[in-house]
Design a protein. Structure first.
Length: 117
């Protein structure tokens, strides 16, 4: 209930800001910067996972395959959407979940590489 009241108050504050002369431009700029930051963080995270995937032998990463890579991309986009949805609250928890999923993916790739050898 308190979260809803805070959200409504924040929305009203943003609407008052829009009513001012340059409020709309400022609001759009803030939202664009948030979107750009999330996009860059998502791209960096995916690049890191792809780079770490290259450390394993080609046979093991081939076993991981295009399906696994597609699942990794879809999971990355889903988590980015969650982070966007909860961008004003609980983002630290979601980033932690994002990191844990990344570690789990890397551990499973490592397990597959060890099993392949």
């Amino acid at each position: 209930m308190a979260g809803e009241d805070e959200s409504i108050a924040r929305f009203r504050g943003e609407m008052r800001a829009v009513e001012t002369a340059g409020g709309l431009v400022g609001l759009l700029r803030r939202e664009a910067l948030r979107s750009l930051g999330l996009l860059l963080a998502s791209a960096c995270w995916l690049f890191l996972l792809m780079s770490l995937l290259q450390l394993f032998p080609r046979e093991a990463s081939g076993q991981f395959g295009a399906g696994g890579l597609a699942a990794l991309v879809v999971a990355n986009l889903a988590l980015a959407a969650l982070l966007w949805r909860f961008r004003r609250r609980d983002w630290r928890v979601l980033m932690g979940v994002w990191l844990l999923i990344g570690v789990a993916v890397l551990m499973s790739i490592g397990w597959a590489a060890d099993k392949w050898r």
